[in-house]
Design a binder for this molecule. Structure first.
Ligand code: MYR
Length: 131
């Protein structure tokens, strides 16, 4: 269900979320137009995710339930896991610099990939269209 090439179409409260993450205003302005594209390939409980944006391209392999390290587009290092609950991927990642937790979910709704984010009480959402 998650397989495909997904291009960001719209974002809600993403600026506030990044602000809560401590991302400076200049990077936040650039991130508003990051043209984020996520290519997801799932086989069983293994995922290959290729992220590309105006900031970078990055590949990651992970297995559901198995902890891995990742660095976010702003350089923040996190460690955590994705698990599947029903039709929803749930991610829980701890920042290495302050031990605070970022949670995120991915689910497909009406043919769109919806990713929700939460950090320290601030929620955001980005919706991706399939290419
Ligand atoms: C992946 O499945 O794409 C790799 C693991 C993702 C880890 C957490 C994603 C949250 C991204 C938040 C971006 C915030 C930028 C300050």
């Amino acid at each position: 269900a998650f397989d495909g090439t997904w291009k960001v179409d719209r974002s809600e409260n993403y600026d506030k979320f990044m602000e809560q993450m401590g991302v400076n205003v200049m990077k936040r302005k650039l991130a508003e137009h990051d043209n984020l594209k996520v290519i997801i390939e799932q086989s069983g409980d293994k995922f290959h995710v290729k992220e590309s944006s105006t900031f970078r391209t990055k590949d990651i392999d992970f297995t559901l339930g198995v902890q891995f390290d990742y660095s976010l587009a702003d350089g923040t290092e996190v460690s955590g896991t994705w698990v599947l609950e029903g039709e929803t991927l749930k991610g829980c990642f701890t920042r290495k610099d302050n031990n605070k937790v970022l949670t995120t979910t991915r689910c497909v709704v009406g043919g769109e990939l919806v990713q929700c984010y939460n950090y320290e009480g601030v929620d955001a959402k980005r919706t991706f269209k399939k290419q």
